[in-house]
Design a protein around this ligand. Sequence first.
Ligand code: 5GP
Ligand code: ZN
Length: 113
Amino acid sequence: MGTDCLFCKIVAGEIPAERVAESELAFAFRDVNPQAPTHVLVVPKRHEPDIGSLAAADPAAAVAVLDLARHIADEENGGSYRLVFNTGADAQQTVFHCHGHVIAGRSLTWPPG
Ligand code: 5GP
Ligand code: ZN
C-alpha cells in the first residue's frame, strides 16, 4: 500500500466508498463529486501513481483497469463513455494513485478544458 494513500484505503475497505464493481486486479467506486450521471473511478488494487507507471510495472493490471471501465460503461450507459486519466498536477491530478474517470450519461463537450 502507498503510505497514507486515500485510494489504497478505499480498496482495502478502510475508508468507505460506493463500490460499483471489482475484478482480481482492479476496483471501481463512485466519485464523491460526480460530474455526470455516471462518474466512476477505476483503480488498480496495487499502488502506482499514474497509468503510465502502472502499464510499465504491471501491464496486466493496466488492462484490468481498462476492462473494468468498459464493463461499467456497458452496464450503465450502453458503452458510450469518456475515460480520463488526469496525469500530473498541471493536468489536475489530485490523488496520486492511478485512476480512470468513467464519465457517461450526458452529452459531453470537447475539448475538455
Ligand atoms: P483527479 O483530480 O486526481 O483526477 O481525481 C480525483 C477524484 O477523486 C476527484 O474527482 C474527486 O472528486 C475524487 N475523490 C476525492 N476524494 C474522494 C473520496 O474520499 N471518495 C471518493 N469516492 N472520491 C473521492
Ligand atoms: Zn494507493
